[in-house]
Write a protein that binds this ligand. Structure first.
Ligand code: GLP
Length: 247
């Protein structure tokens, strides 16, 4: 089957953030009990700031929303300054009226990792599945922490991070050296992500251009996990010009 990925190329990172925020805020306006999927990394930061601004400007309440995050580092406490729980609270949850108990970020410090991953999947099911999941892409093609080699039917589990991911996340934005980055993570699987009713993958900047092109029009292969999104019935890549230039 040919790639079903839809492309939306916008002029600037700000326009990308405005589009993403518009999609989330209008979903929640129309469906106050919406089930959202969220991501971390540098890319969504602008989108989260814009969701906060727009939801306040348009008086859209997130009080009925459930929100699930893609992934979390293994072996660090929720309170760690670089945990994805800390990131989400800082960039989004603390600024919305979403109920903290309805926000689900995998617990990287859970004593029983398998039970933690199974309960994450069960909670998504109990909420009726994810309406809209925001995704980023790693320079090696990872989605969440599904590194190259992750199959399309993978579920939430503990994974080892690729060397390139350790390096990317140790460039000073999050950690200072690769040795500081936790070597393992808990991540929603490719299959978990593909179950969402709608996907929005966001990429910004020239350093994502090559991998975005491979994901959109390259062969569908676990070597480029984002290429496995090609089969999804409603997946849009929202790109700035720089990230789209190799397609
Ligand atoms: C991180 C996250 C991913 C994210 C990706 C890209 O390690 N686990 O979910 O999409 O890498 O991040 P960035 O937006 O910082 O380039």
């Amino acid at each position: 089957m040919a790639s079903r990925i839809k492309l939306l190329v916008l002029d600037t990172p700000e326009a990308v953030a405005q589009h993403v925020a518009g999609q989330f805020v209008s979903l929640v306006r129309d469906r106050p009990g919406a089930v959202l999927g969220l991501a971390t990394g540098s890319t969504p930061e602008r989108s989260y700031a814009e969701i906060v601004r727009l939801s306040k400007a348009e008086r859209v309440s997130f009080a009925g929303v459930h929100a699930f995050n893609l992934d979390e580092y293994h072996g660090i406490a929720c309170e760690h300054p670089q945990s994805y729980r800390t990131y989400m609270n800082r960039h989004l949850f603390d600024h919305l009226d979403v109920r903290p108990w309805n926000t689900y970020v995998l617990n990287g410090a859970a004593a029983d990792v398998d039970a933690e991953c199974a309960s994450f999947e069960a909670k998504i099911k109990a909420c009726g599945g994810i309406d809209l999941w925001l995704l980023g892409i790693g320079t090696n093609g990872h989605v969440a922490f599904n590194e190259p080699g992750s199959p399309a039917d993978s579920r939430t589990r503990k994974v080892a991070l690729a060397e390139s991911t350790l390096a990317s996340n140790a460039d000073g934005r999050f950690f200072k050296t690769p040795a500081e980055v936790p070597p393992h993570a808990l991540t929603a699987g490719v299959g978990t992500v593909l179950d969402a009713r709608r996907l929005l993958l966001v990429a910004i900047g020239a350093k994502k251009a090559e991998i975005v092109a491979k994901a959109v029009k390259g062969p569908k292969t676990p070597d480029v996990p984002a290429s496995l999104l090609q089969d999804h019935a409603d997946c849009t890549f929202v790109l700035d010009k720089a990230a789209a230039e190799r397609i």
